[in-house]
Design a protein around this ligand. Structure first.
Ligand code: ZN
Length: 171
């Protein structure tokens, strides 16, 4: 969850609220701590192979039981590409090579207005499909059988629709 500090995480004094660096923020009168609401950063992968894409069925809120792109939050000591490779392997067992940044979207669900999602194109290079972690299933879907009504998030559904349009136009 997004922390809303009431006490200073440095010195435990109650925080005040006031204009700091152009916005109303909580701050500490004693040690100078300012609570900047820094964005959460998530990464998602559009992994295609032989005209199909890899989707995962969510086992954790929000949108349990709906399908989504493999995704997860970046740790502070990772680059986005490293987080992507780690998350895809954790959720699906598939190893990937990151091809490039496809787009940026706002986070959806409970994380809405708390950060951004970086969507990358990736190519599956190996591994064995084995759903784990916070997904209950993982499967490859062709353009014709994407479960459109059961996609978890509108922001990533848009990327899936773009992929479907492009693959329809491909020779
Ligand atoms: Zn303080």
């Amino acid at each position: 969850m997004n922390p809303t500090y009431r006490y200073c995480p440095n010195c435990s004094a109650p925080l005040a609220e006031g204009e700091k660096f152009g916005r109303v923020r909580r701050y500490c009168r004693y040690c100078g701590f300012i609570h900047f609401r820094e964005p959460k950063v998530a990464v998602a992968a559009l992994i295609s192979r032989e005209g199909r894409i890899l989707l995962v069925k969510r086992a954790a809120p929000p949108r349990v039981g709906f399908w989504a792109l493999p995704a997860g939050y970046m740790d502070a000591d990772e680059l986005p590409e490293e987080a992507l490779i780690r998350e895809v392997a954790e959720e699906t067992g598939v190893t990937v090579r990151v091809e490039g940044l496809r787009g940026v979207a706002p986070l959806a669900g409970w994380a809405a207005r708390r950060g951004i999602l970086l969507l990358y194109r990736a190519e599956a290079t190996g591994g064995v499909l084995a759903p784990a972690d916070d997904v209950s299933d993982a499967a490859w879907f062709g353009r014709e059988d994407v479960p459109w009504a059961e996609l978890a998030f509108e922001s990533t559904a848009e990327f899936v629709r773009e992929w479907a349009r492009e693959s329809a136009g491909a020779p």
